[in-house]
Design a protein around this ligand. Structure first.
Ligand SMILES: NC(=O)c1ccc[n+]([C@@H]2O[C@H](COP(=O)([O-])OP(=O)(O)OC[C@H]3O[C@@H](n4cnc5c(N)ncnc54)[C@H](OP(=O)(O)O)[C@@H]3O)[C@@H](O)[C@H]2O)c1
Length: 213
């Protein structure tokens, strides 16, 4: 499949690399087409990897990952282009973490709204699926056995596409908990303050939670 990965940080690089390993053709997008990070990634990731602007990566992708800084995601997606995003599944792994007042970050949107919903309402013809934002980048593509991740969206077919990708990343079907519509993104994002606190307590970002009935 042709996939666009918007974002050149740890998450964009990790997901893009995994997707190439799985046999997908991936374009990594950044604010500028000549981004050193995106071009550098593409140079080392093989023939199926390329780099471009957010719009280039979105045009390339049949499916697109949003791996941009959460407080900049709407701006980045506007640059990607409403037309280019139309009808496509957009996997939103971003967290609306606002570091402008130092540490710990606050959430720029929360309670009765979320970044996932904000993206969906800004781009109503895009099929936004929230996923993977509750684990560290390395864990996204290297699941910790027996732990869980979440997906949410109002579009079941879009969710099924993302669940299939998560399965390819190594997440067994029963490890992916479907939280229903895109408003499930509220809880997935508001988990971040607890995740950050646990990272401090554990001294590592390499952990995850397991749901026990
Ligand atoms: N780090 C993790 O393990 C982890 C885990 C779960 C979720 N997340 C979430 O995943 C997302 C990516 O995280 P990250 O740590 O890989 O990278 P990041 O530093 O949060 O984001 C990097 C990307 O955001 C873009 N960006 C930053 N400011 C922008 C602006 N004003 N306008 C447009 N684009 C802008 C950058 O564009 P350029 O390439 O042009 O600089 C870059 O591609 C974040 O939302 C984060 O909260 C991270």
């Amino acid at each position: 499949m042709r996939i666009g990965v918007l974002g050149t940080g740890m998450v964009g690089q990790t997901i893009a690399t995994k997707l190439v390993e799985l046999g997908h053709e991936v374009t990594m997008g950044a604010r500028s087409a000549g981004s050193e990070k995106a071009v550098g990634w593409a140079a080392g990731a093989g023939d199926a990897a390329s780099a471009g602007s957010f719009a280039d990566a979105t045009a390339h992708g049949e499916l697109v990952f949003n791996c941009t800084a959460g407080t900049a995601s709407i701006e980045a997606l506007r640059a990607a282009g409403d037309e280019e995003l139309r009808g496509k599944v957009l996997v939103d792994v971003a967290n609306p973490l606002d570091f402008s007042r130092g540490m710990p970050p606050t959430l720029s949107v929360c309670n009765d709204d979320s970044l996932g919903e904000l993206i969906q309402s800004t781009f109503p013809d895009t099929r936004v699926v929230k996923a993977l934002n509750t684990v560290n980048a390395a864990v996204m593509v290297n699941p910790i056995e027996g732990t869980n991740v979440f997906v949410c969206d109002d579009d079941d077919a879009a969710k099924d596409e993302v669940k299939a990708l998560l399965h390819d990343f190594g997440w067994p079907a029963d490890s992916v908990l479907d939280l229903g519509g895109i408003d499930g993104a509220r809880g997935m994002e508001m988990y971040l303050p607890l995740w950050l606190r646990m990272m401090g307590a554990l001294g590592t970002p390499s952990f995850n939670i397991a749901i026990v009935r």
